[in-house]
Design a protein around this ligand. Sequence first.
Ligand SMILES: Cc1cc2nc3c(=O)[nH]c(=O)nc-3n(C[C@H](O)[C@H](O)[C@H](O)COP(=O)(O)OP(=O)(O)OC[C@H]3O[C@@H](n4cnc5c(N)ncnc54)[C@H](O)[C@@H]3O)c2cc1C
Length: 346
Amino acid sequence: MDGPKPITIVGGGLAGLALGIGLRQAGVPVVIHEAGHYPRHRVCGEFISGRGQATLARLGLSDLLDQAGAVSARDAAFFSATHSTAPRPLPSSAICLSRFALDAALANHFRSLGGELLEGRRHVGDFGEGIVRATGRRLPDGAGGARWFGLKVHARKVPLTAGLEMHLSSHSYVGLCRINGGEVNICGLFRKRADESGEPGNWRERLRGRPGSPLHQRLAAAEFDDASFCAIAGLSLNPRRAGALEGICVGDAITMIPPITGNGMSMAFESAELALGPIIAWSRGETAWNEARLRIARDCDAVFTRRLAWAKWLQRIVLAPALPGPLMAFAARSGWFWRMMFAQTR
Ligand SMILES: Cc1cc2nc3c(=O)[nH]c(=O)nc-3n(C[C@H](O)[C@H](O)[C@H](O)COP(=O)(O)OP(=O)(O)OC[C@H]3O[C@@H](n4cnc5c(N)ncnc54)[C@H](O)[C@@H]3O)c2cc1C
């Protein structure tokens, strides 16, 4: 009898590595093609919140993250130019770990399970049978998507009032959270104005916020770790349905959720887990590739569609010029609203 058919995964980010680990645990031969090298910094809030934590536990990866230095965030505080909230307990705690440490830990674990990981290998062909697309964000599908860019840097000497601080303004939000190694991750999403070039400009000024703002005060004594700085532009935040895509996709290759939710990494892990059963069945010759694709897309859409709709709405109102302050004040008073928004967006 023939052995299991091999799988190629294009993209060694969180979705690709989680899928590769799950497949190796089931004895499926896996090769991952990764364009970059580990360890590497990524633009990310580095705040893992939502059901993806249960996926990590089911894949036996929780201890790995602990060993990599993950810390818990148990509360969050919100700031705008005019309002601030006291720290609120998160309905369930989040895991905070730099992508520098996280991606490398997962890559090493994948290799330790016998997976083949080819670094510096950019896939340029098509995504036919046996090849999974885990390539992360796609280029915008319309002019509207290119308005967003992200910046991220680690720093020391940043006093926080909560495990996560979100600083909101009408054109951006910047999240601060404690991560491994005693550093604070500073990560922002910014709306590009019509008169701006594609470049982030002076990233320190961008991330510090307006002089006098709570964010600017928080970062007054910050010592930036310049080597950790990274930027990403041309983000598309229009939700896409997995069922409308060709081939088997996982993670951001399906769609990005607005980062305000802190749920993109969770979706990467969850979609990888949803893909496991059908891909293992294909590998064992129990199902056709297209049947596996249809099942994965159906399951991802069933789990993510409502979450994406809520996240899009939340991002819109958070960035509406007059709304962040009043919305925060309302959310701070209403425990029900806070818990409801937390649950619906993850
Ligand atoms: C500003 C910002 C803040 C965020 N904050 C958070 C947060 O706090 N919490 C959260 O959960 N999520 C957050 N996210 C989202 C999160 O970073 C992503 O959802 C997550 O990284 C998706 O994982 P992925 O594996 O799908 O893609 P990625 O992590 O992007 O990995 C894709 C990989 O594919 C590789 N690749 C691409 N093309 C090819 C190719 N042709 N050949 C070979 N390799 C290829 C890339 O090099 C990359 O390593 C944030 C995103 C942004 C932009």
